[in-house]
Design a protein around this ligand. Sequence first.
Ligand code: DC
Length: 227
Amino acid sequence: MSGVPVVAIDGPSGSGKGTVCRVLATRLGWHLLDSGALYRLTALAGRRAGLGPEDRTGHAALAGRMAVVFGVAPDGGERITLDGQDVTALVRAEETGQGASKVAAWPEVRTALMGRQRAFAEPPGLIADGRDMGTVVFTEAPLKIFLTASAEERALRRYKQLKDKDSAVSLAALSREIAERDLRDSTRSVAPLRPASDAFVIDSTGVAVEAIVGRVIELGRMRALWR
Ligand code: DC
């Protein structure tokens, strides 16, 4: 691969990997790949184009050609545009997560997104957040982490994240949706969610973000990725 160091961080939704990856990328001054956002954007692009949910080749074509910009909003938060339109709030909606999990099960879509994901590996390094970063996309990554947390805690974390933006969200419904998404993501035939054989598995249940970040920094030092 490119020779650029990659830290692959995989795990189920609500495991805390998004936050951990953001903090790590900022602290190290490395690039960040939010691969889940690419699957979410593919689902959104499909919906906008009026594609039927079963249209694999249509979704794969959109995955390859959609114009995506990951930027920063005036308040310092994220700003994501799809073909020139701000879709930040839509991308993060739980419904889009469900749609993403469905299109992500198709090999055509995963292949179409492969090159796009690998292109994020630029000097000085990349923090890659996803489900198959360590097992498929960046198999040569010198450091792989698999982040988990109990199902209850993951649902609660997602609930807290979503309820500021969407007051209609309920914890019970969210727990069900997350369980459904986890099951689909870990039982699909291509690139199922599972730890790479050489990944460090970290359970974040009841552990603060800062402690997880500290552990990853320590592991990266052990691997001579930084000092
Ligand atoms: O991490 P997230 O919630 O934004 O991901 C949304 C969905 O996208 C997730 O349920 C499964 C899919 N996904 C994937 O299949 N592979 C990835 N590397 C990242 C996400």
